[in-house]
Design a protein around this ligand. Structure first.
Ligand code: MD6
Ligand code: FE
Length: 221
């Protein structure tokens, strides 16, 4: 069991955890790291979601994603029949993605700095919404131009089980809880580890209601 990880059931609105879980040589979960930013971050996210509403995208294989998503920042991650890519505009509205809120950029820089990644200036911020039952199948993040930059990923609301694998799809996986306020940071030798999210369990969270929001900050170009 990982240091700092609760062992049995996960409950929404559990007291915040503290400390750092190490998932690999260059992969970390900073427990509760986002909580001090929450008062600035949550309204900023609401503004992003109003400007660019959540939508369910289609995978290149033609499946509707159970996770709904939107983006902010200079570049947004999109998926359709043609594949995965980063675009400067919201394909639904034709408008540029909403600006990256300053508190999110600051949180990303601080997360990267405190895990030894040095300077990190994100230009892409993917916002994922999970309702109960939504899941994310095992994948690698490899759509970014320069894989030497880390990824900083913020979990809000309902708890989720992160499925954390190896560099090969068939490698054994472990399950790591991601709780409200946790920030995962990884890069370097762990940048291409396979990972996913197990189906979200029904529950209620005092901030988000029956949903989990994940905000993933990257340097795409
Ligand atoms: C999620 N996150 O936590 C899904 N990818 O909802 C990811 O797929 C992810 O959290 C790369 C880096 C961090 C992540
Ligand atoms: Fe990912």
């Amino acid at each position: 069991m990982l240091d700092g990880a609760p062992s049995a059931d996960l409950f929404a609105d559990d007291p915040p955890q503290t400390g750092t879980a190490r998932l690999g040589p260059q992969a970390y979960v900073l427990r509760g790291f986002a909580l001090p930013w929450l008062d600035a971050l949550w309204p900023a996210l609401q503004s992003v979601i109003t400007q660019a509403p959540f939508r369910h995208m289609e995978t290149p294989g033609g499946q509707r994603m159970s996770v709904a998503l939107t983006n902010c920042g200079a570049l947004g991650w999109v998926s359709d029949r043609h594949g995965y890519r980063y675009t400067p505009r919201d394909p639904d509205s034709g408008l540029p993605w909403p600006a990256l809120p300053a508190p999110l950029a600051e949180l990303a820089r601080e997360g990267a700095r405190s895990t030894g990644f040095g300077r990190f200036e994100p230009d892409a911020c993917l916002v994922n919404r999970y309702l109960p039952g939504a899941r994310l199948s095992l994948h690698q993040d490899r759509d970014e131009r320069d894989l030497s930059h880390p990824i900083v990923s913020v979990s809000l609301g309902l708890p989720a089980l992160f499925i954390w694998g190896g560099l090969q799809r068939a490698d054994r996986t472990e399950r790591v809880p991601l709780l409200h306020g946790d920030v995962a940071v990884w890069g370097g030798v762990d940048r291409l580890r396979f990972h996913g999210i197990a189906p979200l369990r029904q529950a209620h969270h005092s901030l988000t209601g029956a949903q989990r929001i994940n905000v993933t900050l990257r340097r795409a170009r």
